[in-house]
Write a protein that binds this ligand. Structure first.
Ligand code: PLP
Length: 408
């Protein structure tokens, strides 16, 4: 007998400190201190309440207990229809006739990523992640039995580094028959980078060429999609894929946390657009068995409510509410970036989204010093500090810039 009850594959503590640092900020506040907490990727209103979408909340209030039964393994058809209509707008009919769309409702975007990591690679294969990334990808990969390598996110001009990604694909195409890449776009966490149309189309062409040698699956992590551009139009990420020849497999990991304000309800989806019937049916089967063998079925009551809201007559109201949220975020981040520029504090290339990153010499040291001033940020890498601007109001941004000026 010994105390070694935990299997080797489940040993090891989580290294990610985001939630821990967030908890420190809360504890500091509870002591009565004036705290600036820019740790967690949750969009807060100016009064620090969680930013939600009233049309979604109304539906939850009225309907969440109306159907508490188990949902089908891949979710209710109305949820699939509602979410795809949300993304595809007036192209919905055209695209559902043009493509097979394997689809699974998941436990958040995290659930979608976990399913994708499990179904597109075998254990010990390598998934390609961005060099600056949402750290949870690494843990999701580990839990799927995968290894990971990183591609350089930026080139020396501060643009998306297509060349390095292609080099990595070539490197692994010698030893792996399937290549899996995560592209967190638009509004990349943590940088806020979004690919331009030109970059995306160039990437598609390069991936097409490489697909002649090896099967490539690209997971588009679109957790923050509606915070980029105008949410009333089909996002360019879809148009670029529909309007160009695509020889790789584009798979979407969608999250209903950030855009629909349903963080704790754990709603998301995995889906793809495919012309080959057999491949589509195999992907659906793989998604189904992955769901059934892990958590059996998704959160039915929440899917039901969001499906109702997305297909209901208040859809324009819902869309306007989300539009207003995106404008509020844009105002805050533009204000912050302008302040940084005025103060000569460098930031990594930012286009849209919840976070802004500052390059620095020692992020851990800087974050420790900031804590002494009751200011909590995340050291996302040795030389990068992440700021969740989504959780700050304008007066906190002013205060933060003053503190940064002093410490950096
Ligand atoms: N992808 C990115 C880049 C994220 O930042 C997050 C959450 O922070 C997720 C996916 C997953 O979100 P959720 O599982 O809450 O839908």
């Amino acid at each position: 007998m010994n105390n070694n009850y935990i299997a080797n594959r489940s040993k090891g503590k989580m290294k990610s400190d985001i939630l821990k640092i967030g908890a420190m900020a809360k504890a500091d506040k509870a002591l009565g201190n004036h705290v600036i907490d820019a740790t967690i990727g949750v969009f807060l209103n100016d009064d620090k309440s969680i930013n939600t979408v009233p049309a979604v909340i109304d539906n939850l209030n009225n309907n969440v207990t109306k159907n508490v039964g188990y949902a089908p393994i891949t979710g209710y058809p109305a949820f699939k229809e509602g979410l795809l209509k949300w993304y595809l707008k007036d192209q919905y009919e055209k695209r559902i006739n043009e493509y097979y769309i394997p689809f699974g409702a998941t436990l958040g975007g995290t659930g979608a990523l976990s399913i994708a990591f499990n179904i597109f690679l075998d254990p010990n294969q390598v998934v390609l992640l961005p060099s600056i990334m949402w750290g949870n990808y690494k843990l999701i990969a580990k839990k799927a039995g995968l290894k990971y390598d990183t591609y350089q996110l930026f080139n020396s001009e501060g643009n998306f580094n297509i060349t390095n990604l292609c080099t990595k694909i070539e490197e692994y195409s010698g030893s792996q028959s399937n290549i899996l890449i995560v592209l967190n776009d638009p509004c990349q966490n943590p940088t806020g980078y979004s690919l331009s149309d030109e970059e995306h189309v160039r990437l598609i062409k390069k991936l097409n060429k490489l697909s002649e040698k090896v099967n490539i699956t690209v997971i588009y992590d679109i957790a923050y999609l509606d915070y980029d551009g105008n949410n009333k139009q089909v996002h360019k990420i879809f148009n670029n894929l529909f309007n160009n020849e695509v020889k790789f497999l584009p798979v979407f990991a969608a999250s209903c946390s950030k855009v629909f304000g349903m963080y704790g309800f754990r709603v998301g989806a995995i889906f793809t657009f495919i012309k080959d019937e057999e491949l589509a049916s195999n992907i659906t089967a793989a998604i189904e068995s992955q769901i059934r063998g892990t958590y059996s079925s998704p959160n039915g009551p929440a899917l039901n409510c969001l499906g109702n809201a997305l297909l209901g007559e208040d859809i324009d109201k819902l869309s306007n509410e989300i539009y207003n949220n995106t404008i509020t975020l844009k105002e805050r981040t533009t204000y912050f970036i302008n302040k940084l520029n005025e103060t000569n504090i460098k930031h990594l290339p930012y286009k849209s989204g919840f976070f802004v990153c500052l390059p620095c010499s020692d992020s851990y040291d800087i974050c420790e010093k900031l804590k002494e001033q009751h200011t909590y940020l995340i050291p996302i890498a040795d030389d990068i500090v992440r700021i969740a601007v989504c959780s700050l109001n304008i007066s906190e941004i002013d205060e933060l810039v003053m503190v940064l000026k002093e410490v950096m």
